[in-house]
Design a protein around this ligand. Sequence first.
Ligand code: KG4
Ligand code: ZN
Length: 352
Amino acid sequence: MPLLAIETTCDETAAAIISPERQVLSSVVASQDELHARWRGVVPEIASRAHVERIIPVIDQAIRKAGIQQSQLRAVAVAIRPGLIGSLLVGLSAGKAIAATLRIPLIGYDHLAAHLYASRLTFGKEVTYPAIGLVASGGHTSLFQLNNPIVLQTLGGTIDDAIGEAFDKVASLLGLGYPGGPQIEQLALRGNPRSYRFPRPLSNDSSRLDFSFSGLKTAVRYQIQPPGKTTPRYLSDQERADLAASFQQAAVDSVVAKVSLAIQKTGCRLVVVGGGVTANKILRSALEKLGEQHRAKILIPPIHLCTDNAAMGAIAWEHIERNEIADLELDVLPNVYRKKKQQPKRRDASHR
Ligand code: KG4
Ligand code: ZN
């Protein structure tokens, strides 16, 4: 009997039906891109409202497409972390309602671990552990060590913007639509990646596996609107394409440098990747090349499994096999991977 997986961490409302053998019987993704496009980024309030409207039709459609009845569901699994709090809560509420009415187990799964589990759907038993995991998405740019599919040990992460965020912001500076990643990729096809030498922050720092994209984004901004100027300068079509290509190359180089370092530091020769930005063809081929250089296996899922979807909720079977079943008290954890800010030292009251 299959399970129903639900994904509402950001701005896609998604549901999938997956068999215990990890066969995806159906996968439905309702994108909200058109709702957020005019804001050139995800507006959390709009996202949660749209999830509320779409979640039931999307689940119904997934069940219908799989050719099963609701009563045949063995469990319901929900992505509960990390993500936008309002969006996460919509998926969790739907999951709880289904678990309670059908009297079936409820499972909470991690969205980033699920992105990395997308490889398992494509490459099956080729995915072994330990492995290195790279997540490059709109909210995260992180490297993990995985000793099993469900526990991610952080090796490094971004110290400022996520890579997808940088793609979206640069797209907005270039007057492109949202989501920016695919549009930058498209525009960059006509550009020269060597026309502008943008920074690759932290890339040469071999002491850490962290990323930084905010300086790169600012460097692009200054090319478009030089410091001190109040308006952007005129850009020819070729200049825009060159900017897109040069930015994309710098972002890709930054990621590849740290994946390379992670392979050297850990000695692990298997890398699984996931997240929306890994749909980028320049990044995919750079990672493939890196794999050849290091004689490492870099497993990159097909594009429809890189961007947000519920098929990767197949990871819930790993939880079921470990008897990790939740109850109706299950809650969301929106910021689980965020580094804790150092608390300011509390002044001793006697010094006041
Ligand atoms: O994983 P995802 O669908 O959602 C999050 O969990 O964040 O990633 C969305 C991000 C967006 O920033 C989008 O611009 C970026 O992935 N993206 C791309 C491409 N396709 C999506 N970035 C670069 N090139 C692409 N082809
Ligand atoms: Zn994602």
